[in-house]
Design a protein around this ligand. Sequence first.
Ligand code: ATP
Length: 510
Amino acid sequence: MANEDKFKKVISHAKEYGFIFSSSEIYEGLNAVYDYAQNGVELKNNIREYWWRSMVYMNQNIVGIDAAILMHPTTWKASGHVDAFNDPLIDNKDSKKRYRADVLIEEYCEKLNKKTQKEIDKAQKRFGDDFDEEKFVSTNTRVLKYKSQQKEILKRLARSLEAEDLADLKTLIEELEIADPETGSKNWSEVRQFNLMFGTKLGATAESTTDLYLRPETAQGIFVNFSNIQKTGRMKIPFGIAQSGKAFRNEIVARQFIFRMREFEQMEMQFFVRPGEEMKWYEYWKETRLKWHLSLELGKENFRFHEHENLAHYANAATDIEFNYPFGFKELEGIHSRTDFDLKAHEKYSGKKLQFFDPELNKSYVPYVVETSIGLDRMFLAIFCNSLKNEILKDGSSRVVLRLPAILAPTKAAILPLVKKDGLPEIAQEIVTDLQWDYNIKYDDKDAIGRRYRRQDAVGTPFCITIDHQTKEDQSVTIRYRDTMKQERIAISEISEKIKNSISYRAWLE
Ligand code: ATP
């Protein structure tokens, strides 16, 4: 299936099977805002839980919090968001479409990357087993040209962004002859800065209102609580604070389903370390976070690191973990070494000390911070895209199956009486009543059993349990496995253990 078709299929499947709907759909929806439906909310909660446990339960020196979305407005002055949380915006005068100038340039570089890869693939085919990729990449003139072009462009982009030289961004777009990706027009407006924060007001009367912002990231709720948590939790450096919650950004371009939303959810962890030790921890968290992703078996080849050339104002190192979405490798998680920028800025603006007394060094300092920041919705999309398969079976028929990791599946088992009579529904209900204490279980007695299996395949349920006439005689049921479609007979008393083993955090995370 072509990637574009695959992505369309993902979006329609998410809607058809009750995972994701457009927000306020009866009013034609709201651009780049989505609602999680009955199956979507379960999958999303399970992803959050998988992350939370790995961070908070599995690390004795990490604790969680849940800070408010609304914060004192000075927070955003101190963090730099009021002055610098901008994206460079450019309009195409013919198509009236709006783009991020930096993204247009980055996409141009990605095309050069693809051309390089094509050359490598071609050579690989030609030379077979004798192919020495390293040598080829360092000597082939075409590859060298693409690589140096790309490097020059990215360097200039970083320089212009850093200096806020918007005119140069426009010149670069013109020099590279970048066209509107949708229409091919090169008739561009000037580049302007656009602040991504949503403003709102607090207070009842016009005179007493205060201008606030909806938080554009959850991290600041952690920084302003640094001292509270450190003292009440008696935390010693190095330690971390984790949080999952909503963030809001008035994104200029938001056209990729839940990849780029205006209201989304982040799962962030700020790790406070001794100044000078941040690079060690930065490397540690890069490796640890990649391992977490790989534990879900989404395929090693679908992840890659992308080191930032263009560092944010607060960072001294930054990398993205990118995932291979149907529309290409894109950022899923950011790992940033944020120095002491945020705590120092909050010290300055609040007049309060945000320091740690280190008994081993016998001195106080403002800790450095290494942050891991992952978009929950982007993780959802990665898992959903990767799991959705259209399979051709041996008998020539096909099935649509969502091969979700069992630990994340919305429903763990479906309980299905073969027929709606002879006391089978009653036995099925008894099994549901017992299992639902521990798992999300669904009962279904509509349609033929084959159709019920397919319905459960489509929402990713790992086990179907069928109750038939033999059950009445020997207390056994048929268990059908989603991935292999294999069926076997087991005792009712064994069902719970089967489910439990398939969703053990220890087994998945270890
Ligand atoms: P991008 O470059 O894609 O805009 P970013 O670098 O601005 O992302 P961060 O500020 O590092 O993103 O935010 C951390 C994480 O939050 C990202 O890795 C991403 O998973 C998620 N995220 C950021 N913006 C959005 C959004 N608009 N919709 C959904 N998730 C988002």
